[in-house]
Every structure is written in C-alpha cells, then in structure tokens.
Design a protein around this ligand. Structure first.
Ligand SMILES: NC(=O)c1ccc[n+]([C@@H]2O[C@H](COP(=O)([O-])OP(=O)(O)OC[C@H]3O[C@@H](n4cnc5c(N)ncnc54)[C@H](OP(=O)(O)O)[C@@H]3O)[C@@H](O)[C@H]2O)c1
Length: 241
C-alpha cells in the first residue's frame, strides 16, 4: 500500500539531533524522501544512511547561501520540495544583563535569520511549483514572557511574527505556512546548557514531551488538506506545561 508521503520531498534543518532527527524518522516512516541539513555531517550522514531515500547536506542556517544550496539539492535529487521544516535552533538562558554579545548573535542568527533564509529558499521553489508547506519551529517561548529567556523569547517572537506574515504572502501561491510552538521537549537542547530556566525538580525526561510526540504532530499537520492552513500549533506538556 502506498504510504501517505511516498513521492513527497521533505527538507528538515537541524536534523542531526533532538526534534529534527525525530521529524526525519517520522516523515521517513510515512514514505517521504528526505533532505537533511545540520552542521555536524557525521550525524546527518548516519541518519540518512540508516533511513534510506535521504540526502544529507552539511548546512549552517546562519548562512543564506547554505539554505539556498540545501533546497537546490532537494530539487536536484528528488525533483521537488513539498515540506520545509525550519527546525534548527538553540538557546542560551540567563539574566538579560549577563547575556553576552556572542550568545545574542547565536540565538538571533540561528533562530531568526535561519528561519527567514530557510523560508525564503523554500518559498522560491514552492511558489514556482504552486504547492508546498513551510513549517517554522518556534516555541511556547514565542508566546510568553519568561524570566531568564529574554533573548530566546525575542528570537521566537520574531519567528512567530515573520511566519504569520509569510503565511499571508504565500497563500495566493497555494503555499501553506505554519508556526509550531511547543513547550518543553526532552532533547539534547537541554544538555548543551549550564543554566536551566525551569524550577528545581523539573526533569526533562519525566516532565517534558518526547521528540517523537511533537514530530508526529508535525506529520499530522503536513497531512492536512491543502485547501486550508493551520496558522499556529501550540502544544505543552500536560503537567507543568
Ligand atoms: N527542546 C525543547 O524543549 C524545545 C521546546 C520548544 C521549541 N524548541 C525548538 O525546537 C527546535 C529543535 O530543538 P531541539 O530541542 O531538537 O534542539 P537540539 O536537540 O539541540 O538539536 C538542534 C539541532 O539543530 C542543529 N543546529 C544548531 N545550530 C545550527 C546551525 N547554525 N545550522 C544548522 N543546524 C543547526 C543542531 O546540529 P548542529 O549543531 O550539528 O548544527 C541539531 O541537529 C529549536 O528551534 C528549538 O528552539 C525546543
């Protein structure tokens, strides 16, 4: 039996670990052809060869040309681009006054510019195709004000703002644009930090959503009719969300 995403091409940034890897696994299980981007090529190479029907392209989302190259590789290899998930992102938490210029640059360049460049590259192809879905992974931090997350908040509010306007510009071209705003997910994201914004006693492995659960929701979003668009999907853990 034909799987729902057979013959459809899905490109994912930040695909080497965490939510990006879970997205790759979930779309692959539905039969999609995959194009995987991240900076650490060993991780995306391993994933692409394990899943099959997948291309790994070393990509730094802070660089517009890298995203153009990623999308061009999708079209060159598989002939089209159906879903672009701009997922790569990071956080450096802490009080505003202690946030270094390097940390500000890392969050703004990766979370904001990365999503903008990825969306531009994908829209260029999808507009021509007259079809496609762009999913930008924001966060619940893009809807709330959270102490010790000011710059991360700013980056994700920017993602929500950009994505909302792109949705309006893309709709006349039959291209859908959705923003996904998850609460805590148990991924390596948290292990890369030395300052945690959540209350003592909260454990990502116990209290947060699993990456596979969030990935499955994104797959379900991508399976919806192309006659309507879901502007925003918000999900938080049931307890302590
Ligand atoms: N974990 C959570 O609780 C949570 C909650 C809400 C939203 N989110 C959002 O979900 C997304 C994925 O987060 P995650 O938890 O899966 O993080 P993660 O486990 O730290 O994985 C991040 C992925 O992004 C890639 N990446 C980082 N910088 C990049 C760059 N400049 N260019 C290309 N790829 C880059 C990383 O690979 P390389 O380092 O090899 O490039 C890695 O594959 C992010 O946008 C995050 O803000 C996470």
């Amino acid at each position: 039996m034909k799987k729902p995403f057979q013959g459809r091409v899905v490109c994912i940034t930040g695909a080497g670990r965490g939510l990006g890897r879970a997205l790759a696994e979930a779309f692959s299980a539905e039969g999609a052809s995959l194009v995987l981007g991240a900076r650490t090529s060993s991780e995306i190479d391993e994933l692409a060869s394990r899943l099959g029907n997948a291309l790994a392209v070393q990509t730094d989302v802070r660089v517009a040309e890298d995203l153009a190259r990623l999308v061009d590789a999708a079209v060159a290899e598989f002939g089209r681009l159906d879903v672009m998930v701009n997922n790569a992102g990071l956080a450096v938490y802490g009080p505003v006054e202690g946030t270094s210029p390097d940390a500000v640059d890392a969050m703004i360049d990766t979370n904001v510019k990365g999503v903008i460049y990825g969306s531009q590259a994908a829209f260029r192809v999808m507009k021509e195709q007259k079809s496609g879905l762009i999913v930008n992974i924001s966060s619940i931090a893009g809807k709330l004000h959270l102490p010790n997350e000011a710059v991360y908040n700013a980056s994700k509010w920017a993602v929500n703002g950009f994505t909302g306007t792109l949705r309006l510009e893309a709709a006349p071209h039959n291209v859908r644009v959705s923003c996904v705003c998850p609460g805590g997910i148990d991924t390596p994201f948290w292990r890369a930090m030395d300052f945690y914004p959540f209350p003592e006693g909260v454990e990502p492995a116990v209290d947060f959503m699993r990456p596979e659960e969030v990935a499955q929701s994104v797959v379900e979003l991508a399976r919806k009719s192309d006659r309507y668009v879901v502007p925003e999907m918000v999900m938080v853990p049931l307890v302590r969300g």
